[in-house]
Design a protein around this ligand. Structure first.
Ligand code: UDX
Length: 443
């Protein structure tokens, strides 16, 4: 079986590499020639734990290759995984240009019957459109099948999620049952529960999953905001509700909101998908609003404790939208950096690996430090935006020693209020009572 993967972003690269690791012969295609050149040199263009090693291992074994040549990619392919981006358009809907380009390219170059497996997150009905396009454009003597196979990989643990995912969803129309069997066989060695359904339901499962998880986060963030006002502690509240098996303990970590390449984009796209069929998805609209509010809340809090931010040195710790990735797409750090710069503060940022990406997206006046201590030295306040281990391992006493005024605004609840009290730090976190250094000292 020859497998081609269209697109070498997170999804495509992880899919291609993991399929090769499972013993398949895989060629990954991308229109971005620099990306392919780097991959041919065995360098991963993204940071994902374990990925580069797996790329190198499978290239050496001759199972994995990269090309910017459409013919080489699709000419011999029996299966093509579509893993190109579906970026957000101004109105929130998904841009399908890359999908259409890939479909045209497959149709132009295919020399065998081909199964198209869509991994990209696409609006309901897109796979049916892909089928119609392919039927129109393919050579008449060849057959195509279209299968929807959404991915549920988390950045930072994508390789683990590939091999130990909770489920594999395979959607197809009745006439493509043979293709479903072929795709199911590919995944069989993983031993992951598999569900088969129709195309539209498979497409919907992806959006509904991400919307539900985003809802869980906005829900717990709102509970945290109320906790602060009524004197409850979010840690205990989240733990207490998570013990109910119907609710479960995951995705109840209150913080400064969700970011990344999926939740913000997919929630907005689902609101659009619903709107297109005259259904207003009010619950999801509220989830998005709560998240926007949550991302900008910490700067408002800072003003209460620091006063006017103009001319103040502010440390921004963590730029990636979550730990173990260098991805800053839709990260809360970007919202906070813009707000702080707007208030006239000097922002000194630190992140163990996301700085190169941040430099492309953040306001140019943001300065970058090479170490946590360098960022917080002489600072008037420090914002913790990503819960990197390196940040969590830095005791609050270090902030006390190096900052001009030890005010820590922790958007990820990395420390306990007890530690803040012991360290004589003013510590503002999410869903817990503030710890005020001065107040403690007089106690
Ligand atoms: C998500 C989905 O988990 C994955 O299944 C899908 O395929 C792609 O989108 P990802 O965006 O990589 O994955 O990261 P995830 O770990 O889900 O976190 C998303 C955001 O939610 C991060 O900003 C994270 O900080 C935030 N989050 C997560 C919380 O604020 N609280 C939580 O309890 C969990």
């Amino acid at each position: 079986m020859n497998i081609a993967v269209a697109g070498t972003g997170y999804v495509g690269l992880v899919t291609g590499t993991c399929l090769a690791e499972m013993g398949q012969t895989v060629v990954c295609f991308d229109v971005q020639k620099e990306k392919i050149a780097a991959l041919q040199q065995r360098r991963s263009p993204i940071y994902e734990p374990g990925l580069e090693q797996l790329i190198q291992k499978n290239m050496s074994a001759g199972r994995l290759s990269f090309t910017a040549d459409e013919k080489k990619a699709y000419g011999e392919a029996d299966i093509v995984f579509l893993a190109v981006g579906t970026p957000e358009q101004e109105d929130g809907s998904a841009n399908l240009t890359y999908i259409e380009e890939a479909v045209r390219s497959i149709a132009r170059n295919m020399e065998k019957d081909v199964i198209i497996v869509t991994k990209s997150t696409v609006p309901v009905g897109t796979n049916e459109r892909i089928r119609q396009m392919m039927e129109r454009l393919k050579p008449p003597f060849l057959r195509i099948s279209v299968v929807s196979n959404p991915e549920f990989l988390r950045e930072g643990s994508a390789i683990h999620d590939w091999f130990y995912g909770d489920r594999i969803v395979i959607g197809a129309s009745k006439e493509d049952e043979e293709a479903v069997a072929v795709v199911a066989k590919l995944y069989e060695p993983l031993g992951i529960p598999m569900m088969k359904t129709d195309l539209a339901s498979a497409e919907m499962i992806k959006y509904a999953s991400n919307a539900f998880l985003a809802t869980k986060i906005s829900f717990i963030n709102e509970i945290a905001n109320i906790c602060e006002k009524v004197g409850a502690t979010i840690d205990d509240v989240a733990y207490g509700i998570g013990l109910d098996k119907r609710i479960g303990p995951q995705f109840l970590q209150a913080g400064i909101g969700y970011g990344g390449s999926c939740f913000p984009k997919d929630t907005k796209a689902l609101v659009q998908i619903a709107g297109n069929v005259q259904h207003r998805f009010e619950l999801l609209e509220a989830v998005i609003q709560v998240n926007n509010k949550q991302q900008s809340m910490l700067v408002e809090k800072a003003k209460q404790y620091v006063g006017c931010l103009r001319g103040k040195k502010i440390a921004l710790l963590g730029l990636a939208f979550k730990p173990n990735t260098d991805d800053v797409r839709e990260a809360a750090s970007l919202v906070i950096a813009n707000q702080l710069i707007g208030e006239g503060a000097t922002v000194v940022a630190y992140d163990p690996i996301a700085v190169d990406n941040a430099k492309k997206h953040f306001p140019p006046s943001v300065q970058y430090a090479d170490a946590i201590i360098e960022a917080i030295r002489g600072a008037d306040a420090a914002f913790i935006v990503t819960e990197w281990d390196e940040i969590k391992r830095t005791p609050l006493s270090v902030f006390r020693e190096h900052m001009r005024t030890p005010i820590v605004l922790d958007g990820r609840n990395c420390y306990s209020p007890e530690e803040a009290r012991r360290s004589h730090v003013t510590y503002i976190s999410i869903g817990r009572a503030p710890v005020l250094a001065g107040v403690y000292q007089t106690e």
